[in-house]
Design a protein around this ligand. Structure first.
Ligand code: ADP
Ligand code: MG
Length: 476
């Protein structure tokens, strides 16, 4: 049986700690065991004579002289002491703002420090200090939320292991034997506390195998379910559809025409469409979506377009309104800024079928919106979503066709394995006259060149944008 005990049953895990763990989706002991490190630090366990300048080292030794502390302004301080390594070499250790260690670093005490090796000064700039001998192996680094330290979490993992007596293997023994995979207990132990790189590699091999196999099984189950799912065949007005396409501001590329044929033929079939549309940024996926939406609405049904951000939703609404206005097709924007009475009226209109196309973020449209006759759900940048979300969307849009658009290039073979239950259409051609996009990778020490380039573009009246990763979910 997996260990489904609550984390608070672990010694030293109180309600407050449990709450922090819960924000990471960890509620039961088995969840903690499943939360494996995302990388490991491999400290140079070499010796003073083999380490080179700048190496990250983790060494143990004995304290040689009473530590000195210097205090600076604003409560900052620096701790320094001498450490005897390998019973022969005396090196210096400096640590900032750890004055509190001073009294604990008794002469002759054994400590392990971890930090950067300055060979010229024979000094370790330490970031971490532990009392006692160096523990062997790789240091696991977990992905954690604010308020949890690596040390804390490692301790919780150890407790979780101590309190788990049986591990349930997910893979049948026949497969484990055939592919020389580890049982679950050794696999998880090897992931959390590898004594050596070899031990880690063995564990990881089993871990990856299990993950891939389960993913594939899930996809196949999903696909099987799909196949049995009923759809609805729409009758499309081909003359009107061709006319709509002819009136666009530009002729379609060959690739666009080809994928539209694939999509239109799906819409006409009684099976549900489940298609991934991939094409680079600027390859013209939006107009393909618009044509599919037009065909759907013209056949008497509603369409929904889901995008990752509200800004994108607003942009899409603006361009779709312009495109559809001459045809009397009604487009509505559903974002979290649509509130109160306006929202109630809009939801009512969607339910009554007074709105033909709804554009909004995924969360909104997957939420408590009722459609009167939704037939086509299109989602943009689908690569951000997993199998569960895809299933959720399909459950929402009963009988409806679903089209997922993405600009993330996925090699065909990978697309089939990651999106195994879907058909794939690819726009592999850019509209004529496009300048090719050039991509560069600048390293940190080239930041001045990047700034100069941005300045130059701005002075020419052009624009630039900077994307920064969002480390933790936040409303602001
Ligand atoms: P994507 O969503 O694939 O990144 P868009 O659909 O936003 O790309 O298209 C990018 C731009 O190219 C838009 O301004 C669109 O109007 C234009 N465009 C799309 N298809 C064509 C085409 N066949 N010929 C000329 N311009 C096109
Ligand atoms: Mg796009």
């Amino acid at each position: 049986m997996p260990n489904s005990d609550a984390l608070t049953t672990l010694r030293g895990v109180g309600p407050e700690m449990a709450k922090k763990l819960e924000t990471m989706g960890l509620e039961r002991i088995e969840d903690v065991l499943e939360h494996v490190p995302f990388r490991y630090e491999n400290y140079n366990s070499g010796t003073v004579t083999t380490a080179v300048h700048g190496d990250l080292v983790k060494w143990s030794g004995t304290v040689q002289a009473e530590p000195l502390v210097r205090y600076y302004s604003k409560g900052k301080n620096r701790l320094q002491f001498r450490l005897l390594l390998e019973e022969r070499y005396v090196v210096h250790v400096t640590m900032f703002n750890r004055a509190f260690y001073k009294d604990k670093l008794a002469l002759g005490a054994t400590v392990t420090v971890k930090g950067k090796w300055d060979m010229n000064r024979m000094t370790i700039s330490a970031t971490d200090l532990e009392f006692g001998e160096l523990a062997d192996g790789l240091q696991p680094i977990y992905s954690l939320r604010a308020g949890l330290t690596q040390k804390n979490f490692s301790r919780i993992v150890k407790l979780a292991f101590d309190q788990t007596t049986t591990f349930e293997d997910r893979l049948p023994e026949s497969i484990r034997l055939r592919y020389r995979l580890e049982d679950r207990a050794s696999m998880l132990r090897g992931m959390h506390f590898p004594d050596s790189i070899d031990m880690y590699k063995q564990a990881r091999r089993s871990y990856v195998y299990e993950e891939c196999l389960l993913y594939q099984l899930k996809l196949q189950a999903f696909r099987k379910m799909e196949r049995s799912g009923k759809g609805r065949a729409l009758t499309l007005e081909k003359t009107q559809l061709n006319e709509f396409v002819r009136r666009l501001a530009f002729p379609l590329t060959g690739a666009q025409t080809r994928v539209i044929r694939e999509i239109v033929s799906d819409i006409e079939k009684p099976e549900r469409m489940n298609r991934l549309l991939q094409g680079d940024v600027g390859s013209g996926k939006t107009v393909v979506a618009a044509i599919a939406l037009y065909a759907t609405v013209n056949a008497g049904y509603q369409g929904a377009l889901m995008v990752p951000t509200e800004i994108l939703a607003e942009q899409h609404v603006a361009s779709l309104e312009q495109l559809f206005e001459p045809y009397g097709i009604r487009v509505a924007l559903l974002t979290s800024s649509v509130k109160g009475k306006a929202r109630a009226t809009l939801l009512e209109a969607i339910k009554a079928g007074d709105v033909d196309i709804i554009v909004g973020t995924h969360a909104l449209i997957q939420g408590p919106v009722e459609f009167s006759r939704l037939h086509l759900a299109i989602t943009d940048e689908q690569h951000r979503f997993g199998v569960e979300q895809r299933k959720m969307l399909r459950d929402k849009a009963d009988l409806a066709d679903v089209l997922y658009m993405t600009a993330t290039p996925i090699p065909r073979t990978l697309a089939i394995s990651a999106f195994g239950e879907m058909d794939v259409s690819t726009i592999d051609e850019m509209p004529a006259g496009r300048k090719p996009i050039e991509t560069y990778w600048a390293k940190t020490d080239q930041i001045d060149r990047v700034h100069t380039m941005v300045e130059r573009e701005l002075s020419l009246g052009r624009q630039a944008y900077v994307i920064a990763p969002l480390i933790e979910e936040s409303d602001t």
